[in-house]
Design a protein around this ligand. Structure first.
Ligand code: SF4
Length: 362
């Protein structure tokens, strides 16, 4: 993997692309990972932390692979400072191993991210770390069925000192495959019912690939506010790269799903992994599918921990240019819309504090 060595190079790249220095740095950071001076988390595992960086008042949450010292220019030093070479980029807090915890907060505790169906046990997508055995799994308890969901949500409220879910904007279901559309719909219905008993009236966000029929979309719409983020992941080699339930759905079929979801009034978008497709296929695919969304896509930088994951990277994706060209392309596609990325919903994003020239407020 080629990497940027110093601030002069970062400034040069920033100038030539017209992308702010903070953004170039954090894209490079997410791509190349971090070395931990105190080895709090083993190399090849994942670490997560909050960073108050020198570029913004806002704090940013990062989750990324831990590297050897020789593999990255980014380090969290013994004082908890995030460094690029000898340049201090900010201070970190809440540093811990990134496991498949069942659930966690996003957006100042207004969103509950629910990994209810054991993402750590899900296999099949060749780019996904869960298809390898080197991550620390911490999600063997599934939260399926009304009884388990009720127990979990009540204990979650108690543990975090909340009386109910009335102030939550969203419950996000980001989890492993359910095995069938029927099971996915049932789970969404159960969450709506049980969370509703606890005064939740926000939206349910589902990131997955198992809601594909019109009847399923009609059904989830009837339960209350719903956001669909179709996990598209890549445009090319889908049959070779994706888990069973995913590979059977073609790109034209995904477009029909998004189109219908939008037509019946759902919030709708897709998630995508930057680093898998040849860049021309990426441009073509994004250009086409973006016409059918009403929410900015979840665009993830491809992070690798295992050598097999690196072997399937697209030509050019070993260098930062591929990611910055992709960033510029998405900006061109979405600049005339009101849709923008949100810092709180993606920990390996192509955007941090700016989208084009615009400062991102959330
Ligand atoms: S569906 Fe694929 S990407 Fe998602 S958790 Fe399972 S193996 Fe990973």
């Amino acid at each position: 993997m080629t990497r940027i060595e110093n601030m002069e190079e970062i400034e040069g790249v920033s100038l030539s692309y017209g992308i702010p220095i903070s953004e170039v740095l954090f894209c490079e950071f997410n791509r190349t990972g971090v070395w931990l001076e105190l080895s709090q988390v083993p190399i090849t595992h994942r670490v997560r932390f909050v960073c108050n960086d020198i570029f913004s008042e806002k704090s940013t949450y990062f989750a990324l692979p831990v590297r050897k010292r020789s593999e990255t220019r980014f380090m969290v030093d013994k004082y908890g400072r995030l460094m690029f070479g000898s340049v201090i980029l900010g201070n970190t807090s809440y540093l811990e191993e990134d496991t498949c915890d069942c659930s966690y907060f996003r957006k100042d505790k207004k969103i509950l991210n629910l990994n209810s169906h054991r993402r750590g046990e899900c296999h099949g997508c060749v780019f996904c770390i869960h298809s390898y055995d080197i991550t620390i799994l911490n999600d063997r308890e599934e939260i399926i069925g009304e009884k388990k969901i009720r127990e979990f949500l009540k204990s979650f409220l108690k543990k975090n000192g909340f009386k109910d879910f009335s102030h939550f904007e969203q419950i996000a279901v980001v989890t492993g495959l359910f095995g069938s559309e029927k099971s996915a719909v049932r789970h969404i219905a159960d969450i709506r019912k049980v969370a509703g008993e606890l005064n939740f009236s926000g939206s349910i966000f589902y990131l997955g690939c198992e809601l594909t029929s019109k009847s399923a979309l009609d059904e989830v719409k009837n339960y209350g506010p719903f956001s669909l983020c179709y996990s598209l992941d890549c445009f090319t080699q889908r049959a070779r790269r994706l888990a069973l339930n995913k590979k059977d759905v073609s790109i034209p079929s995904i477009i029909k799903i998004l189109e219908y979801a939008d037509k019946i009034g759902l919030e709708v978008t897709f998630s995508y992994v930057v680093g898998l497709d040849p860049i021309e296929d990426l441009f073509k695919g994004v250009n086409e599918i973006s016409q059918f969304v009403n929410r900015f896509p979840i665009v993830n930088i491809y992070q690798t921990q295992h050598s097999s994951q690196r072997r399937i990277m697209a030509p050019g994706a070993q260098s930062l240019d591929y990611y910055l060209r992709t960033r510029k392309f998405f900006e061109d596609v979405f600049v005339r819309s009101k849709l923008r990325p949100h810092n709180w919903e993606n920990y390996r994003s192509l955007w941090y504090h700016y989208f084009g020239d615009e400062h991102l407020s959330e």
